[in-house]
Write a protein that binds this ligand. Structure first.
Ligand SMILES: [Zn+2]
Length: 252
């Protein structure tokens, strides 16, 4: 846990915002140096205020903050990048919200988690730039978040006989293990063809700079996204509100 100074600057993504009274905001920031922090931004609802844009949801900004006995107040904020565009489609919006929810769930207060922050920022970038099929971005984000948060599946080989791959493999949602076609189905498992298996392995094992550089057919990406979603949900036993909303509006 990093001790907060009485006055400090940091950069971070606004992952949650709520209104306080007539003109103030309370924002939750996923910061580079301090993980998750909550801070008040007075006058931030005034659209003429410089703080308004910088403290809006899905904006990455630099902040100057005063810490008075643990209560944080933003006194200056400058936007660096925004991942919210007016007129965004509902899929982009709901997935963006879901990525914020992942950050809120897995990043900790006062603890830096640069890898997770980099993942969330890159996924938001690919999503808003429409550079990749959204279910594939979702699958990458979910599984890599799980890996970074202590829920690493064991995708090296069949857990029973050690076979590296076969036409059909089974992926256990319960313990993240693999089983080959010959050893047979394990409890609470998902069936994987070779495309799905190599996609899962890529997301788990690739270095970050290559993480997003692969493509699979859209039909496979949709299947992959269902599997990674079930995996992170079963592993964490967490009910992601934004994920439920995404599934209610995006029916693949
Ligand atoms: Zn086997």
């Amino acid at each position: 846990m990093t001790e907060l100074q009485t006055r400090f600057t940091t950069e971070g993504l606004v992952v949650k915002e709520s209104d306080v009274g007539e003109s103030d905001r309370l924002v939750t920031l996923f910061t580079r140096e301090y993980g998750i922090i909550k801070a008040f931004a007075s006058g931030a609802k005034n659209l003429k205020s410089k703080k308004a844009a910088a403290t809006s949801l899905l904006t990455y900004s630099s902040f100057s903050i005063l810490n008075k006995k643990g209560t944080l107040r933003i006194f200056e904020a400058t936007p660096q990048a925004t991942f919210f565009t007016i007129g965004s489609d509902i899929e982009t919006l709901s997935l963006s919200q879901y990525f914020c929810e992942l950050a809120l769930e897995f990043a900790e207060s006062g603890v830096p988690n640069e890898e997770l922050l980099r993942l969330i920022l890159n996924s938001l970038h690919f999503l808003t730039q429409k550079k990749k099929f959204p279910p594939l971005i979702k699958a990458i984000t979910e599984l890599r978040t799980a890996v970074l948060s202590g829920y690493m599946p064991n995708l090296v080989a069949c857990g029973n006989c050690g076979k590296f791959e076969s036409d059909v493999m089974y992926f256990s949602l319960t313990d993240g293990s693999l089983s080959c076609g010959e050893c047979g189905k394990t409890e609470n498992s998902q069936i994987l063809d070779r495309t799905l298996l190599s996609a899962l392995r890529h997301i788990v094992f690739s270095e970050f700079k290559k993480l997003y550089s692969f493509e699979i057919p859209e039909k496979s990406a949709v299947e992959l996204s269902k599997i990674t979603e079930k995996y992170i949900t079963v592993q964490t036993d967490y009910d992601f509100t934004a994920l439920r909303f995404y599934n209610s509006v995006c029916d693949y």
